[in-house]
Design a protein around this ligand. Sequence first.
Ligand SMILES: [Zn+2]
Length: 109
Amino acid sequence: MALISCPKCGKRVSDKADSCLHCGAVLVDDPEKLQRLGRIERIKRSSQLMTRSFLALILFIGGLAYSGFYADKGESTDKWISQIVAGIGFVWYLILRVQIIQFKREGKS
Ligand SMILES: [Zn+2]
């Protein structure tokens, strides 16, 4: 096993590695292998986006539910915090939706 330097970040990586451990650059020049790696990457990325948008929705709904159902009886700071959490969840969800749309567009081209 020899060490080569990554063409992208210049750090030392194994010549057996498919991608750079440091920056993720693909080091394979075999087109078939590249294509397969690309497909794996896309699947990984799509499931990552799905998991994140699910989490963002939970934050949003959880924050709203807490603020609506429980915080009326509790401290006003609770309500304030849960509304911020819901806000973060909502914005995060919107950002993820945009990323998902871009991701799908990339897939078509
Ligand atoms: Zn690198």
